[in-house]
Design a protein around this ligand. Structure first.
Ligand code: ZN
Length: 264
């Protein structure tokens, strides 16, 4: 879809109520290339208005040149990625005292399968859900120790792939900012996690003190792909709305949010 101009059908109707607090009033926050970020007057949540439509999402993530580029899968990068995932999966395994044999780990937005493979190496039964079928094919070929599903978490949760709730840990890194309608997404996340299960979540932090003043200088600013712009306060409220409590909020020097939450 690169280079194609966006049209009205690429977006839903403008003026949807805030997905976190249901307020219908918002104020302009920033506008760029005909796309507008607004800020909810009720809770301060910042989002693209109008939001991308399902057809635009399908276009954005179905194109191998826009999503899974070959360089992302290059061997040198794979090693580095896998190492980073291995450290993060170790942190999650540590939460169970490293007794993870038989425990189920789900990576939402599993891309090329690095996190699934890393979790598997720590002893988890690891599964990945990914929208981009090229990435799923790559993961199945290179990291066959894990299992993978094509599609969205909503589709996965509604499928009979396994008996839900099935997972002890759900990893969701740099995904939630891409999801136009975040409540159905969170319902699906919750429904596949066991009671007491852990949710590891990262996203950008638009209120971070080190976020560049000029949004155009910030790599987190990427509409329409990035359509939801959370702060620590708005992500906490969203999680609480869906029956999660935050157990650890990691402090980051770069403008991001990294947290661990538990399903109540
Ligand atoms: Zn709101």
């Amino acid at each position: 879809m690169r280079g194609e101009p966006l049209s009205a059908s690429d977006f839903v109707a403008p003026g949807e109520p805030c997905q976190i607090c249901s307020a219908t009033e918002s104020e302009p926050y920033y506008s760029h290339n005909g796309m507008e970020l607004v800020r909810c007057v009720g809770c301060g949540f910042i989002f693209l208005d109008p939001l991308p439509s399902p057809s635009l999402i399908a276009k954005m993530y179905a194109d191998p040149y826009d999503g899974a580029t070959t360089s992302y899968f290059a061997k040198a990068k794979r090693k580095k990625k896998l190492w980073r995932c291995w450290k993060r999966a170790g942190l999650l395994a540590g939460r169970f005292g490293f007794r993870v044999s038989g425990r189920r780990f789900l990576d939402v937005g599993s891309s090329a399968g690095y996190m699934v493979e890393a979790a598997r190496r720590w002893g988890f039964k690891a599964h990945g859900v990914e929208l981009d079928s090229h990435s799923v094919a790559f993961a199945r070929k290179h990291y066959p120790g894990g299992t993978y599903s094509d599609g969205t978490i909503e589709e996965f949760a509604a499928s009979d792939a396994m008996e839900f709730p099935a997972f002890d840990v759900l990893h969701c890194s740099d995904v939630i900012e891409h999801i136009p309608h975040v409540n159905p997404f969170m319902v699906a996340v919750r429904s596949v996690l066991k009671p007491g299960g852990l949710l590891y979540l990262t996203t950008m932090d638009i209120n971070h003190p080190r976020r560049p003043e000029n949004l155009l200088e910030w790599d987190g600013f990427a509409p329409p792909a990035h359509c939801l712009y959370f702060s620590p306060a708005t992500i906490q409220r969203l999680l609480e709305n869906h029956g999660f409590c935050i157990v650890r909020h990691y402090r980051l020097t770069k403008p991001g949010i990294k947290l661990l939450a538990r399903k109540l």
